[in-house]
Write a protein that binds this ligand. Structure first.
Ligand code: AMP
Ligand code: GLY
Length: 422
């Protein structure tokens, strides 16, 4: 099979790494890809959101399957254009993708389909949004409506900070994504990420993980796209997974289909395990980043048949995926200043080394300079990932590898996996 993988981050590097090991693979092309993926695939300089460019590339390489990594490509309508061109696509249409691209849409959708989630209000102006805060006790949760790369959510400790966050979002900090704000109830509990593949009709659970959203150790600092992940996550007990499947995931997949937009791809359910059971925090319509990295390390089955079936149908004929018994962890190395204003261009040394068995380095925001040096070219820059017999063993391996990478202009969290490690 010829496969076109769309995207350029750590998630896509991990997908490329797993796809590259498939006996079903003929040719793998990544667009635009990154320097880490260059060892595994042909790279082509087509932006993920360049819909016509991606369709033309898929045709040119005779792609049997296009795998869409990032949400921006979903929102741009890449799956719609591929569908029109008759090319199977792993990734939903823009209409099905509204589950991620508008938080206001998702909250109303959850209400329509009886999916438990935090109480909320949606506002286009500041005064009623601020008045609505009276319904809740602190901390307050303020979200930009649209896509903001995981950075559009503020958990405000008091009313003054909540009001400032409302002014900030509606004042244009997130551009069009902040034209509306969602103010919602703070959910007390532990957060987790659960994944399900869907081919438009049937679905299949596809692993879970726990992410670390805050920038700094001890869950301090601003929200980010994710600073690290690990799996398996003890909070995802069999009971929690089953309740989430039945009450959150299945109603959502049935709901989008009933509303005329059947879902093909991976539904990423971010849930809060509260005293009243799992509640929806948000849906995403692609793999999590960095959750995908730990899923790919633990996935024993060939990934390609699952991607192909989700894109073209037949998921119900596949057995559930097999996972390695080992634990996996991912530590994100980010450029100083991330998430607000990461500093680009600094040189990273030692990342190309062989770190031994069980360790994988995935590139996220990197670039090769003319002289071959690896430099930072984004907020989240490298993902240091490891497998281990236990989570502790995986963590020790990953942090040992981190210590060998020389990058004074970067930072990382030192406590990834803390909830499971105690
Ligand atoms: P989101 O972008 O919606 O995933 O939100 C980013 C992070 O903010 C989540 O991973 C949670 O840790 C936190 N969060 C979002 N909504 C809530 C909520 N209603 N209650 C508590 N924490 C939340
Ligand atoms: N790590 C969470 C996300 O990909 O949105």
């Amino acid at each position: 099979m010829n496969i076109l993988l769309v995207g350029a981050g750590g998630r896509e590097h991990a997908l490329a790494w797993k796809i590259a090991g498939s006996p079903l693979l003929g040719r793998l092309v990544c667009a635009p890809g990154n320097p880490g993926m260059a060892r595994l695939a042909e790279l082509r300089a087509v932006a993920a959101t360049d819909v016509q460019g991606q369709v033309a590339l898929a045709r040119e390489i005779g792609a049997d399957l296009v795998v869409v990594g990032p949400e921006a490509a979903v929102a741009a309508g890449l799956a719609d254009a591929l569908q029109a061109a008759g090319i199977p696509c792993f990734g939903p249409t823009a209409a099905a993708g509204r589950l991620e691209s508008s938080k206001a849409f998702t909250k109303a959708f959850a209400d329509r389909h009886g999916i438990p989630t935090a109480r909320y209000g949606v506002f286009e102006t500041a005064e009623p949004a601020k008045a609505f805060l009276s319904r809740f006790a602190p901390p307050f949760v303020i979200k930009a409506d649209g896509l903001a790369a995981g950075k559009g959510v503020v958990i405000a400790p008091d009313r003054a900070a909540a009001e400032a966050a409302i002014d900030d979002a509606l004042g244009g900090r997130f551009g069009a994504a902040g034209a509306r704000v969602v103010v919602e109830e703070f959910l007390e509990g532990e957060i987790a990420s659960l994944f399900a593949l869907c081919d438009g009709r049937s679905s299949l659970l596809f692993g879970g993980a726990q992410d670390h959203k805050r920038a700094f150790d001890g869950e301090a600092g601003p929200n980010t796209g994710g600073m690290g992940a690990y799996a398996p996550a003890p909070v995802l007990s069999e009971a929690v997974v089953e309740t989430t499947r039945v009450r959150l995931i299945e109603p959502a997949l049935r709901g989008v289909a009933a509303e005329g937009a059947p879902f093909r791809g991976v539904l990423f359910c971010e849930l809060m395990v509260t005293a009243e059971g799992p509640k929806l925090v948000e849906f995403n319509v692609r793999f999590g980043d960095p959750e995908c990295q730990v899923l790919m390390l633990r996935l024993e089955s060939d990934l390609v048949p699952f991607l192909r079936a989700a894109a073209a149908g037949g998921l119900e004929r596949l057995p559930p995926p097999r996972w390695r018994a080992e634990a996996a962890i991912c530590v994100v190395l980010a450029a100083k200043g991330y998430p607000e204003s990461p500093i680009s261009g600094s040189v990273i040394e030692g990342a190309d080394a062989d770190f031994g068995p069980g360790v994988q380095i995935f590139h996220a925001g990197t670039a090769r300079r003319g002289d071959g040096a690896l430099v930072a070219a984004g907020g989240r820059v490298l993902n240091v990932c490891a497998l281990g017999a236990t989570l502790k063993a995986a963590r020790d391996r990953a942090y040992e590898a981190v210590s060998k990478i020389r990058w004074p202009e970067g930072f990382h969290r030192t406590d990834i996996g803390w909830r499971a490690l105690g």
